[in-house]
Design a protein. Structure first.
Lengths: 109, 109
DNA sequence: TAGTGGTACTAAGTTATACAAAGTAGCATG
DNA sequence: CATGCTACTTTGTATAACTTAGTACCACTA
C-alpha cells in the first residue's frame, strides 16, 4: 500500500507502545515486527525517533543488553505512564475509527 | 475526546472529500457537518486549509453562489480526480484500520 | 443607530510526526 | 578484508492539523 504517511501519524506510536507492552523488546526488532504486521515500508529512522520520543516523555524503561549478533541492544518496556498512554491511544483510535466507520456506512445507504 | 490531532492527519481530508462527494456544499457547512459527525473540535481554519489544498490539487470544482444569510458561499463538488482520490482514501483507510484491528485483536488473546 | 450574534471566508505562523538519507559500529563468513 | 546482517544515531525535510486573528455580510434589537 502506497503513501500511507499521513494516515500513520499518531498510529505508529500507538503500535510501538502496543508492541513494547507485550514484551520487552528493542528498536531493530520493533521495525521487523511492524513490517510483518503490514507496515512494510516503516524504516529504522522512523522507529528510532518514536523510541527517543517515548523515552523523553518518560513512558518507557530502558535497559541495555549485549547482543550475540551485533552492537548492544536497548531494550524497552512500558512503565505505568506508558501503559496509561497505550490505553489512551486505543481509546482515541476507537473513537476515530468508529466515526469513520459510521461515515463510510452512511455513504452507501 | 481530547487531542486527536495526530490521528486526524489524513483522515480529515478524507472526510471532507466524502462529504463533498455526497452533495455540493461549502466550507462553513462542512465544518458543521464534521462537528455533528463527532469531530467536534474541528474549526474553520482547519477546513478551509483543506479546501484550498483540494482546489490546488484540482480535486474539486468550485462555484460561487450568493447566500441569504451572509457573504457569498463557495460551493465545492468532486471532479473525476476527486472521486478517484476519495476511493483511494477509503482503500488506504481500510488497509490501516484492518492492521490496527488485527494488532488490537492479538493483544488480548 | 450602535451593538450583538450568526454566517462565511482568508491568511500567517506554530507544532508534531513520519520519512529520507547518511553515518557509525559490532560480528560472522567466505 | 569485503560483504552482509545486526543495531543504533543524527540531521534535515515535508505535510497536515491547529492557533489566532482578521474581514465582511446580514438580521435583530435596545
Amino acid at each position: 500500500m502506497e503513501n500511507l504517511t499521513e494516515l500513520l501519524k499518531g498510529v505508529l506510536e500507538g503500535c510501538v507502545l502496543e508492541i513494547i507492552g507485550r514484551k520487552e523488546t528493542y528498536g531493530y526488532e520493533i521495525v521487523k515486527t511492524l513490517n510483518s504486521l503490514g507496515f512494510e515500508d516503516v524504516v529504522e529512522g522512523t522507529v528510532y525517533t518514536i523510541l527517543i520520543r517515548l523515552e523523553k516523555n518518560k513512558l518507557v524503561d530502558i535497559e541495555k543488553k549485549p547482543s550475540e549478533k551485533g552492537p548492544p541492544r536497548k531494550f524497552y518496556s512500558l512503565n505505568e505512564a506508558g501503559r496509561h498512554e497505550l490505553s489512551l491511544f486505543w481509546e482515541k483510535w476507537g473513537y476515530v475509527s468508529s466515526r469513520l466507520a459510521q461515515l463510510k456506512e452512511d455513504s452507501h445507504v
